[in-house]
Ligand binder design. Structure first.
Ligand SMILES: [Mg+2]
Length: 315
């Protein structure tokens, strides 16, 4: 745990340092000026703030208000230190955003007790954030394939479209559907079918080019690969790679005339027109156009690609 101590009085800083030094699990930085302390806090890495109230320039109460406003949702535990401590000024310090107030001269046991209490709170906060992040991840994840689910796809696609509109770059979307999947399931059973979906998800992962690409299972045997900053030609190249990947994966079956599992791919490309962004409508356009193109690929016998541009087909 890293403690930042801010006090204009060097004697007081020395005294606090003696206490902190005794605990090898603590790192600390001493600072005699609030403006410098704010810079240090901005750089990050501080877990606990020990703050003198009476300082020239900016007192501790003003400083903590600035800290709280620049933190946003995060919380930096803060212990005030002061020589004067009547009930009124204690209340004022806590109102201003402090978590505890200690009276100078600082007693080692009291300070260490407060630090342990804050450490427990920091730890509890960290665990809470971890489980929140984990729940958020689960809510966006398809539990069969481990890639994004419908909800995750919607969120990521809308973000990608907003960026595409802002930077005036085309964006493409591949809708990938496993050919004759029902026949495969009937012949080989649903567990084998699940395995196909997992392998397709993994194979598509290998076809991603950039961190910003959006890969998810749209539902059933349908997958989405969203490609920001990619035009129709670039998207067709990725589509070819997907077809190649299915050959490499080579899941043998008599239910497909190719002798192995194949996919049909519909590609749609959105070219920003300068009109209103309306991300949910654009996302729907992309999906609908890709869906039409995918059915054309199916109609052509599967294991192939069809492409269309959204701006040509919708206004
Ligand atoms: Mg002072």
């Amino acid at each position: 745990m890293h403690v930042l101590v801010v006090d204009d009085d060097h004697g007081d800083l020395d005294q606090v340092e003696r206490v902190l030094k005794a605990d090898p699990t603590l790192q600390y930085t001493l600072c005699d000026r609030p403006d410098r302390a704010l810079n240090l806090l901005n750089k990050g890495g501080v877990d606990l703030l020990l703050l003198d109230i009476h300082m020239p320039g900016m007192d501790g109460l003003k400083m903590i208000q600035q800290v709280r406003s620049m933190q946003g949702e995060a919380w930096l535990p803060t212990i005030f230190m002061t020589g004067v401590l009547d009930a009124k000024s204690r209340a004022r310090s806590l109102d201003a955003g402090g978590d505890a107030v200690l009276t100078k001269p600082i007693e080692a046991e009291v300070l260490m007790g407060q630090i342990s209490a804050m450490r427990r709170l920091v730890e509890a906060q960290r665990r809470l954030k971890e489980s929140r992040d984990e729940m958020e991840k689960i809510a966006r994840e398809d539990n069969l394939t481990g890639i994004l689910n419908r909800r995750g796809i919607d969120q990521e696609l809308q973000q990608a479209i907003a960026l595409s509109w802002r930077f005036n770059t085309p964006m493409s979307l591949l809708l990938i559907d496993v050919d004759r999947f029902k026949l495969f399931n009937d012949a080989h059973g649903h567990l084998a079918g699940d395995d196909v979906l997992r392998q397709v998800g993994k194979g598509l992962g290998r076809c991603m080019q950039r961190q910003s690409d959006v890969l998810g299972r749209f539902g059933g045997e349908e997958f989405i690969l969203g490609l920001p900053a990619t035009d129709q030609v670039g998207a067709a190249a990725v589509g070819q790679r997907v077809l190649e990947t299915m050959k490499e994966i080579n899941i043998a079956t008599d239910t497909n005339p190719c002798g192995h599992v194949t996919v049909s791919i519909g590609i749609s490309t959105l070219v920003p027109t300068g009109g209103p962004m309306d991300v949910s409508k654009r996302a729907l356009d992309l999906l609908q156009v890709a869906d039409q193109a995918m059915y054309e690929a199916k109609g052509a016998g599967g294991a192939t690609i069809r492409s269309a541009t959204v701006s040509e087909l919708s206004t």
